[in-house]
Design a protein around this ligand. Structure first.
Ligand SMILES: Cc1cc2nc3c(=O)[nH]c(=O)nc-3n(C[C@H](O)[C@H](O)[C@H](O)COP(=O)(O)OP(=O)(O)OC[C@H]3O[C@@H](n4cnc5c(N)ncnc54)[C@H](O)[C@@H]3O)c2cc1C
Ligand code: FES
Length: 243
């Protein structure tokens, strides 16, 4: 069985915050400018060092180009609150090129990109790159409450839909492949309910974030795999998702 996906070469350097955009009262989009050369595939993540905090905070790359990358940050605690409060011009050390990203060459003609909450973030860069390769995905964004919704405008030019019940909406949407990102529980439920092939990216609690502590390890058909190093993107066939 093939394991993941594009190989990563992490790189540590200083980035400058050049945009801090409010998307909702608890979600911001931040753009950092610097050396993005080690970001190779949508679905990879970065790890941001914050002043006075021991552990770096990991965030999926939303989108990137040769000069900058963006992240979408939900304020859940001390580190994310600090990030929301930063002004443009602040410089921070960031480890980039972490994890293995989505593989674009799935052979799918009608893929759907499914994001749960901030899980929509890596799908922005994925959608753009699929379009550049001639594939036009549909986008389904799941938010339990209508007032929490955000992000459809980030998928400019795509057929994008919000859903309170992702599974119900997905059943109505013709598709032959799924790319998804969200909570582990939601991803597993998606794989159980939908017959299509898929790649999913997990948001799980991490320790070291670079493959040493095994704190993020999950059982797969090929033994234990670390979400931070072997993922965060996994193919459906690798995962133990059946009941
Ligand atoms: C590979 C990866 C990609 C991620 N991508 C994004 C992203 O694109 N956008 C985003 O907003 N967040 C993302 N996260 C989660 C993000 O890293 C955490 O929310 C953040 O580190 C919390 O930092 P804090 O200091 O604000 O919270 P803390 O003070 O550390 O914790 C506050 C609360 O958040 C919970 N929490 C902390 N870390 C996580 C986590 N990894 N997953 C779920 N709950 C957590 C804690 O249980 C606690 O209840 C990602 C995590 C991983 C592992
Ligand atoms: S978080 Fe330490 S191995 Fe993944």
């Amino acid at each position: 069985m093939k394991t993941n996906l594009k190989q990563n070469v992490p790189h540590d350097s200083v980035f400058c915050l050049t945009e801090n955009r409010i998307l909702t009262d608890r979600v911001h989009l931040l753009r950092f400018t610097g050396d993005t050369s080690s970001i190779k595939a949508p679905g990879q993540f970065v790890s941001v060092e914050l002043p006075g905090m021991f552990l770096r905070r990991p965030f999926s790359v939303c989108d990137w180009d040769s000069e900058s990358f963006s992240v979408i940050i939900d304020r859940v605690g001390e580190g994310t609150a600090l990030l929301h409060g930063l002004s443009c011009g602040v410089e921070l050390p960031v480890l980039t090129g972490l994890g293995n990203g989505f593989q674009l060459e799935s052979g799918a003609a009608a893929p759907v990109l499914v994001g749960g909450g901030t899980g929509l973030s890596p799908l922005v860069g994925l959608a753009r790159r699929l379009r550049e390769s001639g594939v036009y995905p549909r986008i389904l964004l799941g938010f339990r409450e209508a007032h929490d919704r955000f992000g459809a405008d980030l998928f400019d030019g795509f057929d994008t839909q919000y859903a309170s019940d992702l599974f119900e909406e997905l059943e109505k949407m013709p598709h032959d492949y799924i790319y998804a990102c969200g909570s582990e529980a939601m991803m597993m439920e998606l794989l159980r309910r939908d017959g299509s092939d898929a790649q999913v990216a997990f948001d799980v609690r991490m320790g070291c974030g670079f493959g040493v502590c095994m704190g993020c390890a999950r059982k797969t058909r090929d033994g234990m795999k670390r979400v931070c190093k072997d993922g965060p993107v996994f193919r459906k066939e690798e995962l133990l998702w059946e009941n």
